[in-house]
Write a protein that binds this ligand. Structure first.
Ligand code: ZN
Length: 95
């Protein structure tokens, strides 16, 4: 378990197809990775028009205490790095 702040996390606004959604921006927590990730979230967690998933904002207001659900997974089968974990109470909990 590590603090999101260790990965220079911030909460930002992302505009996709004219729709504004809040997101966590941070460096990928997986050791050896040097890319950034962006996790969109909202209270309703309705997917974006392009089908991109949106995580449910469960609790917290800043990167120090935010909790999202479900887990975040960049699947290797989709060509990504395999990062998998939870954002809970401002922590990154890898699985
Ligand atoms: Zn990665």
């Amino acid at each position: 378990m590590k603090r999101l702040s260790e990965f220079e996390a911030s909460i930002d606004q992302w505009k996709i197809d004219g729709i504004k959604v809040r997101c966590i921006m941070m460096h990928c927590p997986l050791p050896g990775c040097d890319h950034d990730i962006r996790i969109p979230f909202s209270k309703s967690a309705v997917a974006l028009p392009d089908g991109r998933p949106v995580w449910k904002h469960e609790a917290g207001a800043t990167v120090e205490d935010i909790t999202l659900s479900p887990s975040y997974h960049l699947m290797k089968s989709d060509g990504y790095c395999g990062l998998h974990g939870f954002v809970r109470n401002g922590n990154w909990i890898g699985v």
